[in-house]
Structure formats: structure tokens, C-alpha cells
Write a protein that binds this ligand. Structure first.
Ligand SMILES: O=P(O)(O)O[C@H]1O[C@H](CO)[C@@H](O)[C@H]1O
Ligand SMILES: Nc1nc2[nH]cnc2c(=O)[nH]1
Length: 327
């Protein structure tokens, strides 16, 4: 079989309108690094392509406790013919520092579909700038990924949500972006996408519809919701006042990830499905004694592991069969 090259994949998948790279690596003042160059990411993708025999169609980001660590019965463990590559072995890759985030890419198959799963993601609170948190998404693009399934653990702010519910992400509010912190900040490379990408169809309508149908088929529709996610910088959980403010602006679930990954994916024309596991109830009044904590987040992830594995496996199959040109 002829070796696969990341450059060839992107040239086939998108219009290459700009051959000469802008100077990515510094901002307009020439000091702050704002992204890896296209060539650097091609180097990373080519390293990975040299280790696998089939390029992935679907990328999966495993959220906290949702297969983000290697555990019997987890989503990542259900990947067959798995090739596992630790982040520290991958050129230019950051490393995972969060408990419950294993730190490896797993290539293989789910329901016969070629996938790559991130067991462990990168968060802003770990000290990584947003462009670095999203580096794997661009690498996925260079590997040939067309669909991203981004999962996360989140606090349920909508009073109707219960711990253990799943929320199909209908939309997000980019709170960090309001203050100008955006993964696309800095010079734009048209080979990934346009300077001003639209974001009104960030979460694919067809996939959301399929996800609701699959929930019915699996008899889990009573715990599957659909709502708006927001990401805060973390690492602290929110104050009561902050949560009440977020509630007022229409947020249903709160986390510390996903939004920037989705923006990066949509920028380079990867279709997106987002799924939150509601791991804790957001505390919105001062009388409540409970406090949010990461242990609870991981425990609920473990509790829902088997269901998530089944649900996401079915979604992988159905998404891969869906009309690739659906909006
Ligand atoms: O978004 P994921 O990585 O699933 O994890 C969520 O859970 C952790 C807090 O318990 C934070 O990292 C938050 O972002
Ligand atoms: N910001 C935030 N992230 C979370 N991840 C899991 N639960 C929560 C939460 O309540 N708030």
C-alpha cells in the first residue's frame, strides 16, 4: 500500500486557496506564539500516518471519565484492532496532566468504522493556550477525519437535568471568546479555513436528529436532553452568582472544554456532534451544602461508562452512514 501523506489528504478534502504561509508562530508584535505552522502539523500527522494502515473517518474526544482513561468496558476500550500511541511519543503534542485523562491516541474501529479517539484532552487551565488545546483537532483534519464527536463531563445548570443525564449539545456560548480568547486568534492559514468562519451551524443538525432517534432505539431517551453548553477557563468550579448569571443567559450545562475544539473543527470543515454527561448539579443557591468536586465527576463517568459506550458506538455507525453533505 502506498504511504499516506497528510498534505495529499487536505488537498483532496478542501480547496487550497493559499500556498504561501502567513507567519504563524508569532502575533502581530512578533513575540507571543499563536499557533503551530501548517508544516509542523503535517509533520505530526505524517508521523501518525506512518504508524497506522488506515486513515480515520471519525475523531472522538473522550471527556473526563468518559473513556478518557483505559478501563474495561469504556468507549476507548471497545475500539478493535487498536493502535495506541502515547502523547509523549507524538512530535509536537502536548501531554495530559488531568486525573482521568490517560494521554494517548487510539486508532482502530468501532462498528467497522475507522476512528481515532483521544483518551485525554488538553484544557486551558492546564496552562495550554487554546490553540494548543486544539492542536489534535487540526491533526485529525490532516489525518482525514470528517466528523468529530466531542464528549465532555459537565455540571447541569438546567433545573430539570439530573446527574447521569446525557445532553446533546445544540449550541454553545463561547464565554472565553467574549474576552477575545479564541483558538483561531492570530494569523489565519486558509488551508485550514476562512478568517471569519460562521458558527451558527456548529453542531450538525442531522447528527442531533440521529442521536435522538438512537436514544429512543436504545431506550435511553428519558435521560437524553438537548441544550446549550458553555466553557469557562477553570480550574475552579463556579460561584453561585456566576452560575445564576449563566442560567439567565440560557446555559444548560457548564464545563471547561469542548467549545474551542468545536470552533477549530468547524473552521476546518469537520462536522461536529457534541455530547455532555451531566456529572453534578450546579449549585445555584446559598443554602445548598454540597460542593462540586472532580471525584464526583469521575464517579459518574464510571457509572455511565457502559451506556456511553453503547450509545456512542451506535452513533459512530449511524453518523458514518449519514449523508456526508447534510448540513
Ligand atoms: O471537559 P472534560 O474534559 O470532560 O472535563 C470536565 O471535568 C473536569 C472537572 O471535573 C474539567 O476538566 C471539565 O472540563
Ligand atoms: N466548569 C465546570 N466544569 C465541570 N465539569 C464537570 N462539572 C463541572 C461544573 O460543574 N463546572
Amino acid at each position: 500500500m502506498a504511504p499516506i501523506n497528510a498534505n495529499d489528504i487536505v488537498e483532496k478534502n478542501c480547496l487550497v486557496t493559499q500556498k504561501v504561509l502567513p507567519e504563524i508562530g508569532s502575533d502581530c508584535n512578533g513575540n507571543e506564539k499563536t499557533g503551530y505552522s501548517y508544516e509542523t502539523l503535517v509533520e505530526t500527522a505524517n508521523f501518525l500516518l506512518s504508524r497506522i494502515s488506515e486513515k480515520p473517518n471519525i475523531g472522538i474526544i473522550c471527556g473526563s471519565g468518559m473513556g478518557s482513561y483505559w478501563k474495561e468496558g469504556s468507549l476507548a476500550e471497545s475500539i478493535t484492532d487498536g493502535v495506541r500511541i502515547p502523547y509523549e511519543d507524538i512530535p509536537n503534542f502536548p501531554i495530559s496532566t488531568v486525573e482521568g485523562h490517560h494521554g494517548q491516541l487510539v486508532f482502530g474501529h468501532i462498528e467497522g468504522v475507522s476512528v481515532v479517539a483521544m483518551q485525554g484532552r488538553f484544557h486551558y487551565y492546564e496552562g495550554y493556550p487554546l490553540w494548543k488545546c486544539c492542536l489534535p483537532v487540526r491533526v485529525m483534519k490532516l489525518l482525514g477525519v470528517k466528523i468529530l464527536i466531542a464528549t465532555n463531563a459537565a455540571g447541569g445548570l438546567n433545573p430539570n437535568y439530573k446527574i447521569g443525564d446525557l445532553m446533546i449539545v445544540r449550541d454553545h456560548i463561547n464565554m472565553m471568546g467574549f474576552a477575545g480568547n479564541n483558538p483561531l486568534h492570530g494569523p489565519n492559514d486558509e488551508r485550514f479555513g476562512p478568517r471569519f468562519p460562521p458558527m451558527n451551524k456548529a453542531y450538525n443538525y442531522e447528527f442531533r436528529k440521529i442521536a435522538k432517534e438512537v436514544a429512543k432505539e436504545l431506550n435511553i431517551d428519558h435521560i437524553v436532553r438537548e441544550g446549550v453548553y458553555t466553557c469557562l477557563g477553570g480550574p475552579n468550579f463556579e460561584t453561585v452568582a456566576e452560575l445564576n448569571m449563566l442560567k439567565m443567559v440560557g446555559v444548560d450545562a457548564v464545563g471547561m472544554s469542548t467549545v474551542h475544539e468545536v470552533i477549530t473543527a468547524r473552521h476546518c470543515d469537520i462536522k461536529v456532534f457534541g455530547l455532555s454527561l451531566i456529572t453534578n448539579e450546579c449549585i445555584t443557591n446559598y443554602d445548598q451544602d454540597a460542593e462540586a468536586n472532580h471525584e464526583e465527576v469521575l464517579d459518574v463517568g464510571r457509572m455511565r461508562q457502559e451506556m456511553l459506550r453503547k450509545y456512542v458506538s451506535c452513533l459512530v455507525k449511524k453518523f458514518s452512514q449519514a449523508d456526508p453533505d447534510a448540513p
